[in-house]
Design a protein around this ligand. Structure first.
Ligand code: SAM
Length: 249
């Protein structure tokens, strides 16, 4: 049984667990999308920023002012420590997707790497989209990606693993239910002092069409929907879709 909130204990070793992720490459891709669709962006906000790896990589690439928010206080604390270590002028704060993004209005908002999938109900996604729209300047853009059912189905063999970080050793186990499209990942985290914590992470795999309908209802304009890390149009079988949305107001 889980005894801890997602990302409460995982935060201390999150970067080591995610060492395989090419954050610099991911940041270059997001910067490219912003360069094409949000030229002259001066204020860029990343929500669901976790420990700030992408935020800090983007800060090094963009001339814009960066802010990062995440709902898990322990992840934000890690992000703040990393920013201080790097001497980066990036502010990080705690913010849930259900909360309005603090002023000033942003020229671009970014949400990548499955943050949206943590919202299990369409009405929660609708609330997120409304919040982001409200926080954007007129013409401002939202770069958001989604992991699709194809991603969960095609990678079922890679859900389970284990490893060591400086903070804990971990065992990760994943399960995807195609009927509900609910993806469950449990982490068992064992610290050096022998304490053990279990976190359960729940995500919903939305289809492209489901998200398109929610985006339409939120009044955001679709500038592009790209197939994973490319500028090819996303299709029904895309595993990851990067949306570029515009606030028309
Ligand atoms: C898979 S992690 C990705 C973190 C970061 N974007 C990265 O690329 O490493 C998903 C993040 O979404 C955050 N998150 C999940 N649900 C959230 C919510 N309802 N409000 C705010 N943040 C949330 C988690 O705390 C976590 O940091």
């Amino acid at each position: 049984m889980p005894d801890a909130l997602p990302y409460s204990h995982l935060a201390a070793g999150y970067d080591a667990v995610m060492a395989h992720v090419d954050y610099p490459g991911w940041a270059r891709y997001v910067a490219r999308l912003l360069g094409s669709h949000a030229t002259d962006a001066r204020d860029v906000v990343e929500i669901g920023c976790g420990t700030g790896s992408l935020t800090l990589a983007l800060d090094a690439l963009l001339t814009a002012r960066l802010r990062g928010y995440d709902g898990a206080p322990a992840m934000v604390a890690e992000a703040q420590r990393k920013a201080a270590r790097l001497g980066a002028d990036v502010a990080f704060g705690v913010l849930g997707f259900h909360q309005p993004i603090p002023a000033p209005a942003a020229d671009a908002v970014v949400l990548v790497y499955d943050g949206l999938n943590y919202l299990l109900e369409p009405r929660e996604v609708a609330q997120l989209l409304a919040n982001v729209r409200q926080s954007l300047t007129p013409g401002g853009v939202f770069v958001v990606d989604q992991s699709t059912p194809a991603n969960s189905l095609n990678h079922a063999g890679e859900f389970d693993d284990e490893g060591e970080t400086d903070a804990f050793s971990y065992v990760r186990a994943g399960h995807y239910d195609p009927a509900t499209r609910l993806h469950t990942t449990t982490f068992e985290l064992r610290a050096a002092d022998g304490s053990v914590h279990r976190e359960a992470h729940y995500q919903r795999a939305y289809t492209r069409d489901e998200l398109a309908a929610l985006i339409g209802s939120a009044g955001l304009e679709v500038l592009a929907a790209y197939d994973g890390f490319s500028t090819d149009p996303a299709g029904a079988e895309s595993e990851r879709i990067h949306w570029v949305l515009r606030n028309p107001a």
